[in-house]
Design a protein around this ligand. Structure first.
Ligand code: 4AD
Ligand code: MG
Length: 434
């Protein structure tokens, strides 16, 4: 028999088990105590009856303080009233470390402000909702890896220290790189995996990326995780289909394996059940029409703002893919639409319920001459991009890919308002501690 965990309590019904964990909460009712323990996989209520345990054990249990670490022994009993459906009938208890009464755990069950909680992030993550979010994040990441690994993609991670920008020069974190001058933290692994895609066909990279975002929004971190697939011989249609399949797979996997977490987060899962292909596809021009109908003045040619995305994604009950944005609003590397060269062959996927962009991607310019022209128009350093131009000198093919932001995806699936709670230690313009 495997080791007992709270998440697997049902499998241990009627058995004597050892629970290693921490005290989450303690309720007293006469000669009965109801400590709630957590072990990282979930929270479980125990019952201690004064009549059934030794006086030492009773004494230890009554004086337990929040977040004291313990080893508890007892039998697992089904009880409909207990949260999770099972409780532990306790018969022995060892305290590993007792949190002293004169220095109590700083986060009590009462309401605290977010700023205080963020300063206590190293402890806050123990709470039911926060730990559920981190387990959900784990599941999303595992689902992403499984999806690519089982569909013929080779993982080729990109460097984090880079000599040039990928997504515009305004959000670069710069540092001194020995005698070689400035270097930057990567904004995206894309340019590098265009090279690995030409070597290996279908590839992906998955790692932290950095943006010196000056914006204080609920969707922006300065350090976030992005998964980026890149495919040789791919068109925009292929990319939209791939994004749709990926997101469908992630949501299905979370629904399959993380019901208790979604419940803790009070997520309305009927909305997630709806996430099945096909997703709505909307051209930028049609998106603009929608916005103009509700009174927006956004001129043709400008990128959608966060508020615009919110509005558009509120119109749909599942993710919507907006494609063919004006080229001038987007990155230098995007392939123009041959039928209307003022448009880029690109797409953003917006999550429903106002969550906005979770995926951004495009077909890449495959012509050497056009790419060189764009580098010059954007004042990008040609020297630093010679290797990138090589990809158009030697066996260039139509190719493309996209990036999916992990934190925004988790925030949407979890149904929480701010992405700062979806990563263990968020980095934002106004926060670097802890
Ligand atoms: O749309 P973005 O900027 O696209 C790229 O970086 C492309 N080079 C990707 C590619 O084609 N390989 O970013 C992709 C995704 C966004 O849709 C969003 O989910 C996330 O990355 N993202 C952020 N997440 C959190 N905080 C930020 N500051 C983010 N910026 C982008
Ligand atoms: Mg984008």
């Amino acid at each position: 028999m495997s080791e007992f965990t709270i998440a697997q309590a049902a499998r241990f019904q009627g058995q004597q088990v050892t629970l290693r964990g921490w005290l989450y909460n303690l309720r007293e009712s006469g000669k009965l105590l109801f400590p709630q323990f957590r072990d990282g996989t979930g929270i479980m209520q125990a019952v201690v009856s004064k009549a059934d345990v030794s006086s030492e054990v009773w004494e230890r249990a009554t004086t337990l303080t929040q977040e004291s670490s313990v080893i508890a022994h007892g039998t697992v009993r089904a009880d409909k009233r207990a949260p999770g459906g099972y409780e532990l009938v306790l018969n022995d208890l060892t305290v590993v470390q007792r949190v002293p009464t004169d220095q109590p755990y700083p986060i009590s069950p009462k309401e605290h402000g977010v700023d205080f909680l963020m300063s206590q992030r190293h402890l806050w993550m123990r709470s039911a909702k926060q730990s559920a979010l981190l387990r959900l994040r784990h599941e999303v990441i595992a689902a992403i890896r499984d999806f690519f690994d089982s569909n013929g993609f080779i993982l080729t991670d990109a460097p984090i220290l880079t000599p040039a920008a990928c997504e515009g020069t305004t959000t670069l974190f710069e540092l001194d790189y020995f005698d070689l001058g400035p270097a930057y933290l990567t904004q995206s692994g894309q340019l590098y995996i265009e090279a690995t895609a030409a070597a290996l066909g279908k590839v992906y990279c998955f790692g932290p990326t950095f943006r010196a975002e000056k914006s204080k929004t609920r969707r922006h971190l300065t350090e976030f995780w992005m998964v980026e697939p890149e495919l040789s011989f791919a068109t925009l249609d292929d990319l939209m289909k791939l994004g749709e399949d990926l997101v469908t797979h992630i949501v299905a996997r979370v629904l399959e394996r993380r019901r208790p977490e979604l419940e803790t987060l009070e997520r309305d899962t009927s909305k997630l059940e709806n996430v099945r292909p096909p997703f709505h596809r909307l051209s930028y021009d049609d998106a603009l029409k929608l916005l103009h109908q509700k009174g927006s003045q956004l001129p043709w040619g400008e990128d959608l703002s966060g508020a615009d995305e919110t509005f558009i994604s509120q119109q749909f009950d599942k993710p919507v893919i907006v494609h063919r944005y004006p080229a001038k609003a987007k990155a230098f590397y995007m392939e123009p639409d041959p039928e209307r060269p003022e448009l880029a062959l690109c797409m953003d996927m917006l999550a429903p319920d106002g969550y906005g962009e979770i995926i951004g991607g495009s077909q890449r310019i495959d012509s050497y001459d056009l790419l060189l022209k764009r580098l010059r128009e954007n004042n990008l350093p040609e020297d630093a991009f010679q290797w990138y131009l090589d990809l158009r000198r030697y066996g260039s093919v139509p190719h493309g890919g996209f990036g999916l932001g992990v934190e925004r995806t988790v925030a949407w699936i979890a149904g929480i308002s701010h992405i700062r709670e979806t990563i263990p230690f968020p980095r934002m313009i106004y926060r670097i501690y802890p």
